[in-house]
Design a protein. Structure first.
Length: 149
């Protein structure tokens, strides 16, 4: 199933990382956009949560910004379209993966999460600031804000 999202490029000049985790075995599923489909999806949520981190993140890549973190998770990626491998150093402009809709996802989207640990159950989320497209400085997006890159 093709995704409506583009390929994810690691295009932040101020951020590079090393691939420290990757999973690429989950199928892409249909978007859950209607009320009834969404309700059925929500009813199966507890089962996915009990299955662990990969059942939630789906196909994913984790980058270590430095050897002991922070770490950046890119989740819900499209199966078969992860373009990086374990131990690879990712630089600005490299394609990392294709946006997808795998596992705990209701529609294709880019899920980006910064954290202080690889222990997902106990990791603390960290703020992410993006460089403005015009280069005028950093911007910390608000909840539900769409970030244009």
């Amino acid at each position: 199933m093709a995704s409506s999202c583009a390929h994810l490029r690691w295009n932040r000049e101020w951020l590079s990382g090393t691939v420290v985790a990757s999973h690429d075995a989950e199928p892409e599923h249909r978007a859950h956009r209607s009320l009834w489909a969404g309700l059925a999806y929500l009813l199966t949520q507890p089962g996915r949560l009990r299955q662990g981190d990969e059942a939630v993140a789906g196909n994913h890549v984790v980058l270590a910004v430095a050897s002991r973190g922070p770490f950046v998770l890119l989740a819900h990626l499209q199966r078969g379209l992860i373009a990086v491998r374990m131990g690879q150093r990712v630089q600005a402009g490299e394609v990392v993966a294709a946006c997808g809709n795998s596992r705990n996802s209701t529609q294709p989207h880019d899920h980006l999460h910064a954290m202080d640990s690889l222990d997902w159950q106990h990791a603390r989320g960290l703020p992410i600031a993006f460089r403005r497209p015009d280069g005028s400085g950093a911007h910390l997006p608000s909840e539900r804000e769409i970030v244009q890159t």
